[in-house]
Design a protein around this ligand. Structure first.
Ligand SMILES: Nc1ncnc2c1ncn2[C@@H]1O[C@H](COP(=O)(O)OP(=O)(O)OP(=O)(O)O)[C@@H](O)[C@H]1O
Ligand SMILES: [Mg+2]
Length: 469
């Protein structure tokens, strides 16, 4: 029954309201029982009676003792408070209500009449039969005291509750509970509605749909919604990239496999007979298998780098020597393509990492630069130190990369439209994704810039381990 947020909230409110009302009423009753307000009537009555009697008897104090006692009895008869006459020594002389002598004498024994003379009404605790009394003492002439007293009334707790509190308490409780019901309704909707949206979005996500959750409700729920949105986007992007990956791999595998199959079939069924034709077919098969081999190796490298399982060496790498080697490796290819491959003076710094992996990165960058630069173009390698990093640049005067493509070219299999059409040598579009993974695993960065309007500049930033220059 009490499983929904709303009913739980409401029952909590009911409990709190009942507790608050109970504590308040107990406190109020206690305060009231202590308060003189409840006994004001009694106190007033004692005051008035005592005043009245003193006024009546004062003119008669000079009479003889017996006659004065008689006068006291006459004058006090109509007073309905207990009054008693005592002499200076505390000797009881008379009272107006028969039977109250003992009780009044008990008070007289314990109260110092001289001290209390004319004082306000006081409380005498523990009188006859354990009752409490309110009393006041007045002197009459030099010889007498009048004690005026009344039993302190006892108010029953239950009577106070029933008479004074019950109905306002019940009314207040009912009103507050109605309020609590609406507030719990509002608050539970405020919390539960966004949670419902999150559940709906999760259900949609499991069906493969991305439903953005609006940020509403309490801060914590909003944080949950925004984290959920982020997670959904990542899951959707992951699923999308997985689909694209499979499609791309299949696409890349299809062409070489078809041509291998075709040539192998031709040799087998005798369509290709002559030695030169067979050689040509075998050559095509070899080229395509090499291509396939490279594709598989690249995919494997990428998968290992992404999973963090690639075996990356950590040794000192001399950047100057590494880049010089790269230029040597590509100089013949550059010469063939009539491209000027130039290397600036490189600072002699050492970085920590895997030399072979760095070679793979710069091979791909120089290979790309040569691939996408027309004859008579220029490829220039330079490096500069910026704070604790070295920035290595591979600049070319080639096709350039449109602004929209500058991030995408680092995605797996991405090849820009312009380069596809231009393509001298067909690649897979994996080189830069591998390069980025390698550089990032060495705490570096790689990006591409425009080469002053002609061609592009690839920049690799890596932390310097030691500067020897
Ligand atoms: N220097 C460059 N000039 C112009 N476009 C470039 C340059 N370098 C890279 N690109 C673009 O980025 C794409 C991705 O490059 P990447 O090195 O990842 O792949 P690829 O060279 O096509 O193939 P692979 O390196 O796998 O053999 C290229 O296909 C090309 O469109
Ligand atoms: Mg490449």
């Amino acid at each position: 029954m009490f499983t929904s947020l709303r009913s739980r909230l409401w029952s909590t409110y009911v409990l709190i309201v009942i507790m608050v009302l109970a504590v308040c009423s107990v406190g109020l009753i206690y305060a009231l029982r202590q308060s003189p307000l409840l006994y004001r009537q009694v106190i007033n009555q004692i005051d008035v009676s005592s005043e009245l009697l003193v006024r009546r008897l004062n003119p008669l104090v000079d009479r003889s003792r017996e006659r004065f006692i008689q006068a006291f009895q006459t004058e006090s008869r109509d007073i309905d408070t207990n009054v008693a006459l005592f002499d200076r020594n505390g000797q009881f002389l008379a009272t107006n209500i028969a039977g109250s002598e003992i009780a009044l004498q008990l008070i007289a024994q314990q109260v110092d009449f001289e001290m209390q003379d004319g004082a306000d009404v006081s409380l005498f605790a523990g009188g006859e039969r354990n009752k409490d009394w309110f009393y006041t003492v007045r002197s009459l002439g030099d010889n007498y005291y009048v004690l005026t007293a009344m039993i302190k009334p006892v108010f029953q707790f239950s009577t106070i509750v029933k008479d004074e509190f019950m109905s306002p308490l019940l009314q207040a409780g009912a009103i507050v509970l109605i309020f609590a019901f609406f507030i719990s309704l509002i608050i539970s909707n405020w919390i539960a509605l966004p949670l419902k949206h999150i559940t709906q979005s999760a259900e949609a996500l499991s069906e493969g749909d991305l439903v953005e959750i609006p940020l509403e409700g309490p801060k914590e729920v909003q944080q949950l919604a925004s984290t959920f949105n982020l997670m959904s986007k990542k899951i959707t992007a992951g699923a999308q990239s997985q689909r694209e990956f499979v499609a791309n791999v299949s696409h890349e595998l299809k062409t070489p496999l078809t041509s291998i199959q075709g040539y192998a079939q031709a040799i087998l069924d005798g369509t290709v007979e002559s030695k030169p034709a067979i050689d040509k077919a075998a050559n095509v098969i070899l080229i395509e298998t090499n291509r396939l081999h490279r594709l598989v190796m690249d995919l494997l490298t990428l998968a290992r780098l992404e999973a963090g399982t690639a075996n990356i060496q950590h040794s000192e790498v001399h950047i100057q020597a590494l880049l010089a080697n790269m230029v040597d490796k590509f100089s013949i290819q550059a010469e063939k393509q009539a491209i000027q491959l130039h290397i600036d003076r490189i600072p002699d710094v050492v970085i920590m990492g895997d030399g072979d992996r760095f070679a793979q990165v710069f091979s791909n960058l120089i290979d790309n630069a040569l691939k996408f630069t027309p004859e008579k173009g220029q490829v220039r390698i330079s490096a500069e130190i910026a704070n604790q990093d070295i920035m290595i640049k591979v600049a070319d005067t080639g096709l350039g990369i449109p602004e929209v493509d500058r991030e995408k070219i680092f995605d797996r299999f991405y090849q820009s439209e312009t380069s596809r059409k231009y393509g001298k040598k067909k690649g897979f579009g994996l080189g830069l994704s591998i390069a980025r993974e390698i550089i990032q695993s060495h705490h570096g960065k790689i990006w591409v810039e425009d080469n002053a309007g002609r061609g592009s500049v690839f920049v690799v930033k890596l932390p310097i381990h030691r500067n020897k220059s």
